[in-house]
Design a protein around this ligand. Sequence first.
Ligand SMILES: NC(=O)NCCC[C@H](N)C(=O)O
Length: 410
Amino acid sequence: MVANATTPGADSEVGRLRSVLLHRPGNELRRLTPRNNDRLLFDGIPWVSRAQDEHDAFAAALRERDVEVLYLTDLVTEALEVAGAREAVVETTLTGPSGFDLGDTLRTYLRSMFEDATPEGLTQLLTAGVRNDEVRSGLNRGTLVTTLLPDDAFLVDPLPNLLFTRDSSVWLRDRVAITSLAMPARRRESQLTELVYHFHPRFAGIARMHGHQLEHVEGGDVLLLGPGVIAVGVGERTTPAGAERLARQAFAAGLATTVLAVPIAQERATMHLDTVCTMVDVDKVVMYPNIADTLVAYAVTRRDPGSEDLVVAPPEPFLVAAAKAMQIDTLHRIDTGLDPVTAEREQWDDGNNTLALAPRLAVAYERNDGTNARLEEAGIEVIRIAGSELGSGRGGPRCMSCPVIREPLG
Ligand SMILES: NC(=O)NCCC[C@H](N)C(=O)O
């Protein structure tokens, strides 16, 4: 089954976007302070109401182009109404690695707090987290844990990076892969996407793959280059083992014939493949030129249909390997900037991180003048959005969106 206007699924980066999952920034951003922002993966302290305005304008630009906007927190709240959902998420939040530092008394207290909350209230607790000083007064005698932890210790971490819905799930044709996020500050995010895709009635019967407890894969590293061709960045966030398992699963489910494993430098500027390269047309990418000549891909295929054995080809220049796998003559590259300094500045500000709404129609941050001009010279219509506050988390329009329905390319 391939996506049509109503069936969830996406099999390309540029097919007409019909439905998208976003997260409107909320109280979880109000948790950021100069002492925790590095650990929580923000480069500064965003002005929250302005970030919300910018995000609302992003959502409005999508709706104007007939894209349905789904909000993650609405889906979580609705999923929590379904029998079994609350118990499942309370368990994954308070036990196992996420609840390791709580101790039994506090865990019991938080469990009853979570069980008594309304669905909206529980969504708030799960997204904005819980600070020590918020519960200490409610506990009669306190616990050793609440007594010894500082006031501002998080008993349940806030999730400011929920803003980047791209990373915690990814649709591959008619299946959704629940990802496994590498950074401790983001690991709980895919407990929420798991909750939504498991329990929300809208996704009943949808096949799920990968899994939040498996090897690390993040959606920002996964690019659906064309029918049957998936590129997977391998670096800070997606491990070689994560890419290998995703490739195996994609082959087994008939979702791909070639997976391109693309090593990227393990550093913040290149945390995901979509920070250096996104598609803006069926045969065009906007790409960070400073690495364009050194980026390589290892084409991974199956030895033969039905076989578990993978064949890994020697590395080739990324654009060459991609064009070959996509069976096109050339995958054209539009550079982020003409000179290396502009290119580096605009790559940092997510000039490469565009969201295609259709072939040759892309949403981009307005601040990247050079890149946007070059996109337009290349025949791409650019929908500019403000991102001064949104960008403080280091992610652009692609990072902030998870396509749920894209029409197949005609
Ligand atoms: N796909 C993306 O590149 N997402 C951006 C994620 C930014 C977030 N602050 C992070 O460090 O994970």
